[in-house]
Design a protein. Sequence first.
Length: 139
Amino acid sequence: MLDRIMLAAACLACWPSWSQAASGPSQAALEDAVRLGTVATLAPLCGMRDEAWSLDLRRAAVMDATRAPQPDDETLKRVPGQDLATAALSHAEAEALEAFAETTAPDTCRPLAHDPELARADGIVHAFRMLKAGAKPGS
């Protein structure tokens, strides 16, 4: 799946006019979505966060990757590049589930408890929820 994402990004780079019109996520944004998707998948499995937190992290990752102007679901479904961001999250989920199944829960969860990405994800979810509630960023 990540190969398809990279191929799509390479194709966009080959045709600059199409790339500008599509205004999809950058490669860095897709890579960040993969990292966040991994955390969004593992944190609930490890009992560290709930599914609502995970869903909000995924929404925030799509919003960030696509530079969506609003955090509502309708905007996130329509924004250009949403399909690539969602594919990156789906790839991360599949990889995380596979890794989780191949090892013991403690071997997966113990490192996650100390992973700076989990703390970063908490901040992202908090900011997303504040934005969704109508608070101004930084307040």
